[in-house]
Ligand binder design. Sequence first.
Ligand SMILES: [Zn+2]
Length: 178
Amino acid sequence: MNVQLIVGTVITVAIVVAPAWLSYRIYKRIGRRCTEKKDKYQDTKEFCGCNLRRVHKILLPEDERISFLSQNGRWRCWIRRSIKLTFTICPVHGVKCVKIDFDILSVFHALWTNWFRKEQYTMQEKKLIDAFWTKVKQLHASGGHKTLDGQTTDTPPISLSSIVESVFEELSDVMGGE
Ligand SMILES: [Zn+2]
């Protein structure tokens, strides 16, 4: 047994793993705390600070299959018509939709989720749906949807507003209408 080799390996692993572990801990401490004002009716600078639970959802149009074969029988690595939603749940402030992501989804990720986190494909909880529509309305009001990249969908290059519109149509289908 080469002691030096073992010691070297242990030190290398420690150097690689320790910062990753540390940043994960810091992320958990800071990144997952609620930043809402503690009391929204008073002018306070104190933050809620409750631990946030994160919930992820993936929405696919009804005719989309989670498969390496696309509808027209071609091999693919990506599902283009996907919408990823991220929610945070604070025990005090409730459910908030923090991210609507129109990026393409890798088929690997889609399959992995289908095997181990199947609940991510269904969104029946009323609180989540309400939080989602609140976020959509905020985006519309602030013009935030204009920053969405039209290139990431496989819709022909038509106006961005119609892309957004069709996406929301599909969404309401997936979620049982609004
Ligand atoms: Zn809170």
